[in-house]
Design a protein around this ligand. Sequence first.
Ligand SMILES: Cc1cc2nc3c(=O)[nH]c(=O)nc-3n(C[C@H](O)[C@H](O)[C@H](O)COP(=O)(O)OP(=O)(O)OC[C@H]3O[C@@H](n4cnc5c(N)ncnc54)[C@H](O)[C@@H]3O)c2cc1C
Length: 476
Amino acid sequence: MPRLSRRSFLAASAALAVRPAAGAGAATSAEADVVIVGAGAAGIAAARRIAAAGRKFVLLEAADHIGGRCITDMDTFGLPYDRGAHWIHTPDLNPVTKLVPHHGIEVYPAPASQKVRIGRRYAREGELEDFLASQARATRAIADAARKADMACAQALPNDLGDWRPAVEFVLGPFGCGKELAQVSAVDFAKSAERNADAFCRQGFGALIASLAKGIAVKLSTPATAIDTRRNVTVETPKGTIAARAAIVTVSTNAIASGGIKFTPELASRQRDAFAKLSLGSYDHIALEIADNALGFESDDLVFEKAAGSRTAAMLANVSGTQLCLVEVAGAFGRDLAAQGEAAMVDFAADWLVGLYGADVKKAIRRSHATRWNHEPLALGAFSVAAPGWQGARRILMEPVQGAVWFAGEAVHETLWGTVGGAWESGQRAADAVLRRLGGQKEPAPAELEATRKRLPNRQRRRFQATPNITRDEPR
Ligand SMILES: Cc1cc2nc3c(=O)[nH]c(=O)nc-3n(C[C@H](O)[C@H](O)[C@H](O)COP(=O)(O)OP(=O)(O)OC[C@H]3O[C@@H](n4cnc5c(N)ncnc54)[C@H](O)[C@@H]3O)c2cc1C
């Protein structure tokens, strides 16, 4: 099967990178008001905010393309293939959906229902109700437990989930959080905003985010290697040192914890612990092109199985009406499988489908590809989730370092962690805090966020308003 070489992927990705000669607010010298590290969703959102305030920034990106964990690959299948984020969660509230450009980008609602396979047949209505009721009971039990103490979600699960237990554990754990429920903080889980309604972007979620970076200058292939805050801020890169008054760092928790950027003075131990306890889970797409709609799916059908154990997956079929099907593997099983390499992942996906639909499916599989996010050196995993007892780590990362460095990114959001929307909002909030520090912006909360709050249903609004000031200004 033709596979994507790194070279062709990078070439395809570079086509997405928007880098006009002189982007809005971009500093041309080695001095800037703000250095932003990382051009994923959080970095792009921060750069847009800083540019809108008329401040000079330098946006550094280690890769030779923008988007980070939200990138659309047009090369492998000749159609939009989101290698990272694909679901636009709660589109009515998602900060990126209201910014969608009018031309060339189409966002449409995801089907509301899911299918469940029991062996070689679909679950009947009563069985589906049992599955959904088991999920609802498990979710409620975790929320109840979280009100008392921050324990592992697994500890809070009801004992009577019966033979739906493995499927419920997969949906709430690996599929939802990238980790097994034993490794997930009940408070983190309970605080995460409901993600019931979803949307998709026909051109790819990565293409949507790239379209929002239009006019923003990015220094590609320029990793930050060291950040010194002893006197203002200096950021070292292999292409030179940049002096600034503040920095916004949007690099993933695992990439920071692995020591990719040297901080001087060293980060405090509570910050280092926070990065370690918000480690990224494992989540990968095994993308299969299935010819002639051999399995009779509708566009964007989401299929789970009534699993007998943790060796399971989910499938998003006929992505945006195409032949592309994504078999989703996650958690410990997905991590171990991805460690065996792409061929093993594709073999698993094909065998899994044979188990659910019969041997003929193999004949219909054409091209394939599998992501391996744990092995991407600039991410080192999929998305963050707090270890039991460590939900508070997200607030620790909201505190500025030496009054000069702000962290942003999906991990730095209490309710939308693990999502593009959360990364976007955290980038905006960090930018607002920096602008206040630079004297460029008056309080209070950004207008976009206010608009979001007004549209929140009561229950979610309560949660949202309970979120404290995300970035706290502290005197230097
Ligand atoms: C397989 C997968 C599926 C997902 N599915 C969904 C989904 O359906 N919906 C959803 O909302 N979210 C999903 N997510 C999560 C979502 O992709 C992330 O939450 C979001 O994209 C993170 O954005 P970010 O800006 O915080 O970080 P990133 O996107 O990781 O951006 C950080 C940037 O920093 C760069 N960088 C790293 N080190 C350096 C350095 N030293 N110097 C300069 N630059 C550096 C990186 O290259 C990267 O571009 C998924 C993630 C994965 C991996």
